[in-house]
Design a protein. Structure first.
Length: 200
């Protein structure tokens, strides 16, 4: 598999969706079990920093770091956009994909960590789009390559280095390669937001 991947298309797609999240959307449910859009955005504000540091081969965030959240940022959309752009820049040099690197307590080959960045951008972009009831654009990324990372960890093969988000979800009969990626990461490709219950 190629050592280096271009993260910019997935990052641009993710930011186009995230920029459409309104304050009224923050309490909507998402495909991530138990998470609202607010929870998902808070997660994205953190991992974009952690995985940028991994690309830079820099020390992880200190344990006492005050984590960014929707609640403590005056303009979380601008902050998230800035962090995603910095994330892409960190993984642009070929050296970022060489050797090993660390995110939090997880040490991985840098090429695998870089693929985890791509997976985060794609999957959480889909999560946000699904929560908003918006279409997710066609993915121009090696989804089979990413699916193998999830499957490898689930099978606990000796070379498994990527941990899935959860148990594999059932697949529809007409599953596409992207559906298989979603299912492998614990997501239901058929998930849709529940209709809001009308008030009295």
């Amino acid at each position: 598999m190629p050592a280096q991947l271009d993260l910019r298309p997935a990052a641009d797609r993710f930011l186009a969706i995230a920029s459409g999240v309104t304050d009224d959307d923050l309490e909507r449910p998402t495909p991530c079990d138990g998470w609202t859009v607010r929870d998902l955005v808070d997660h994205c504000l953190v991992w974009t920093i952690g995985l940028r540091l991994a690309g830079e081969k820099a020390p992880a965030m200190a344990r006492d770091t005050v984590l960014p959240t929707v609640a403590n940022l005056p303009d979380w959309r601008a902050t998230l956009a800035e962090q995603v752009r910095a994330l892409v820049d960190a993984w642009r040099p070929p050296a970022a994909w060489e050797g090993t690197t660390v995110a939090g307590t997880l040490q991985l080959p840098a090429a695998v960590m870089g693929r985890s960045v791509l997976a985060e951008l794609i999957l959480h972009g889909w999560d946000l789009a699904s929560a908003l009831g918006a279409p997710y654009p066609e993915v121009d990324a090696p989804v089979d390559d990413l699916t193998r990372l999830f499957d490898g960890s689930r099978d606990r093969r000796p070379d498994a280095t990527w941990h899935p988000y959860g148990a594999e979800a059932p697949l529809p009969d007409d599953a596409t390669p992207f559906d298989r990626l979603l299912a492998s990461s614990g997501r239901d490709p058929r998930w849709a937001p529940r209709p809001l219950t009308p008030g009295p």
